[in-house]
Ligand binder design. Sequence first.
Ligand SMILES: Cc1cc2nc3c(=O)[nH]c(=O)nc-3n(C[C@H](O)[C@H](O)[C@H](O)COP(=O)(O)OP(=O)(O)OC[C@H]3O[C@@H](n4cnc5c(N)ncnc54)[C@H](O)[C@@H]3O)c2cc1C
Length: 441
Amino acid sequence: MKSYDVIIIGGATSGAYLARKVAKCGHSVKVIEKSSREQVGTKMDIFHITRSDFDKFDIPRVYEGDTEWAFEFTENHFSSPSNKYHVYADAETVGLHMHEYVLLMNRLAEEAGAEIEYEAAFEEFIFSGGVIAGIRYSTKDGISEIGGKVVVDCSGVASAARRELPNGYGVENFEIGPEDLFFVILRYARFKEEQMNTFWLNMKSWYAPFSPKGTDKIIGSGASGSYEKAQKEADKLDSVSSQGDFELVKTEKGVTPYRRPPYSLVADNFIAAGDAACLTKPECGEGVTSSMVMLDIAADVLDSALKQGKTDKQALWKINTVYNRVQGADFALVRAFLTKLINAATDKEMEYCFKNGIVFNEKFLNNGDVSPKDVITTIANTIGGISHKYISLKTIGAVASGVKLALELRTHYLNYPKTPEGLARWALISDRLWKKVGKVK
Ligand SMILES: Cc1cc2nc3c(=O)[nH]c(=O)nc-3n(C[C@H](O)[C@H](O)[C@H](O)COP(=O)(O)OP(=O)(O)OC[C@H]3O[C@@H](n4cnc5c(N)ncnc54)[C@H](O)[C@@H]3O)c2cc1C
């Protein structure tokens, strides 16, 4: 049986990024990808990356004329529920074609030495002495077996490998079910008039470009639970915005995780990453670069673990502690707060805030130096100071309890156990806190 240092399941944005990094360190890497090379990364046409992320993650910057490049924009607007009041927000963003970008990342991974096998789907783990020692996967020629010191699940929402872990192996094997998913409908619309890039928080909907033309906009609408609920948001948006005054070019649908990640991202010879580990940004469900934050940490820890010849849970644990310090704690804070806020605030209350520049004002929304903790505390103080005539006591109560929970969760995640032995106790407290947060309705 052929053996590799690292086997990666899934060769899209997360898998290809990690494969390149680990192969660059001189380790042998095998990626198995379920789709064909022609189909990989076709789950949607367009995705966004913040301009500064190219340098931050050492991703090649692409420009107009490159096949991966779709458009760039620098401004966005937050809109009140009625579409009457708008607040400008900076947005230094590059739109990329997903398939072309994934192919680029696949080529870079191969150039670094990684092997990628397409039309190869993970089936099951091979265990030796009770720990993961390789995988079986299916191709059109049948079942193949390969050995691996570490298996990394980058298979997206399917979580193909993580879900096959035996109970108690060290990483939770939950399915990312409908209540944990944000369902998104994207309508590629050609308007007669130019449209602003706009985000409606109350309808979880937005207008964003799909080409450099100001008349070409993706109308995105999302909801937790089902596409039917997302369609209701789309209908509500049409009633206050476009009234359907556009030519529909095409429609896409997709899901993105909206739940906390597994409490541990690592087990003996195993790592969960990307959407398979629910590492999406809590404020928008985007996950390409937020996953890279974790993958950078994983690549460093993997490199030293492989060099020391020890890849058990203890050796990989630092991925958990560093990740939670640099991103996990802030994501827990924002997820908890937004869940409470979105479930509580009414359209009327939000309209009042927009009209009076409460929270939704340029100064507040464009202050990139403010930490998520400061943002949330300021929102609570601001809303708490408003007359109950405009913001109900119920909403003020929900916002206050959201802030309290969010801060508690952040502190709890910053105190993530330094060794695996502390996880069971830490997880019990986490369960209690997340139960109080609930799910987005
Ligand atoms: C509508 C929509 C818009 C979005 N827009 C953005 C955006 O603008 N910016 C952003 O950052 N994020 C965006 N996201 C989120 C982003 O798409 C994901 O967070 C990101 O693609 C996750 O990458 P991944 O590699 O972890 O998973 P995926 O992209 O889902 O890739 C998983 C790969 O694993 C393969 N696979 C699955 N099962 C198996 C198996 N059994 N064996 C082998 N391979 C397997 C799949 O074929 C796939 O290629 C959006 C999501 C949606 C739904």
